[in-house]
Design a protein around this ligand. Structure first.
Ligand SMILES: N[C@@H](CCC(=O)N[C@@H](CCS)C(=O)NCC(=O)O)C(=O)O
Ligand SMILES: [Fe+2]
Length: 227
């Protein structure tokens, strides 16, 4: 699903047999839409997971745990954000017969993770790897060198045919593959030194919602979480 203000993709994965499901990177404003879709499809949402503490929108994970009782919010421990469940590199998020493997992919933020489906057919890369691009590294303790090594070691080592689903796209693209990005990504095909120089000189305007989004996302997108 797409949220047009922040150009965010939210992904719903479910097991047809057990009906267990997970949502990746929900947005606060579209949480009711996502909850309705989950209900329409007869799914039981176990987890609303975040690839990182987003700077450009408020996460919907806190709202979804209210809209869909039984749903737990999830984010990496390294993000420093509140959630029902904290994950680390190597952890599995199970739903029905499937699982998402957590791969730490820091650099855009220190707590960024990529979720890889257990058969390695799909990778949900958050802002670590975008289609023909990557997450910026100029705020939230970003580090270009760290991001370069994360993408090369944790994403580009996946099978070439593995589908790459990013958290955002600003050009109307929806999906790529590891092989496409390994060979065609204009940033990640550079040497590490060239990549760092490019990232240090992007001079992008800061996201419009950053000052409200980051503090809210440290609390899972809601003001108070029951302990
Ligand atoms: N204009 C948008 C913000 C766009 C932006 O900064 N996107 C981030 C990802 C979300 S934190 C990014 O890393 N972009 C990389 C790039 O090369 O564009 C807004 O105001 O929300
Ligand atoms: Fe981001």
């Amino acid at each position: 699903m797409f949220e047009p203000v922040s150009c965010t993709y939210t992904y719903l994965l479910g097991d047809r047999e057990t009906r267990e499901a997970v949502l990746i990177d929900p947005v606060l404003e579209t949480a009711p839409r996502d909850a309705q879709l989950v209900k329409e499809l007869g799914l039981r949402l176990l987890y609303a997971v975040n690839t990182h503490c987003h700077a450009d929108h408020i996460t919907g994970s806190g709202a979804l745990r209210s809209l869909l009782p039984g749903c737990q919010s999830v984010i990496s421990r390294l993000s420093g954000a509140q959630a029902d469940l904290h994950i680390e590199d190597g952890d599995s998020i199970r739903f029905g017969r499937f699982a998402l493997e957590t791969r730490a992919s820091p650099g855009h933020t220190p707590g960024c993770v990529t979720f890889v489906l257990n058969d390695h057919s799909m990778a949900f890369t958050g802002d670590a790897l975008l289609i023909r691009g990557c997450g910026r590294t100029d705020f939230q303790q970003g580090c270009a060198k760290t991001l370069y090594h994360s993408v090369h070691k944790k994403i580009f080592t996946l099978p070439g045919e593995c589908l790459v689903y990013p958290a955002h796209d600003y050009h109307g693209l929806t999906v790529s593959t590891v092989e496409e990005e390994r060979t065609l990504n204009p940033r990640l095909t550079l040497s590490c030194e060239e990549f760092v120089k490019l990232m240090d000189n992007l001079n992008l305007p800061k996201p419009q919602q950053i000052d409200v989004a980051v503090p809210a996302n440290m609390r899972c997108g809601v003001q108070t979480l029951p302990s």
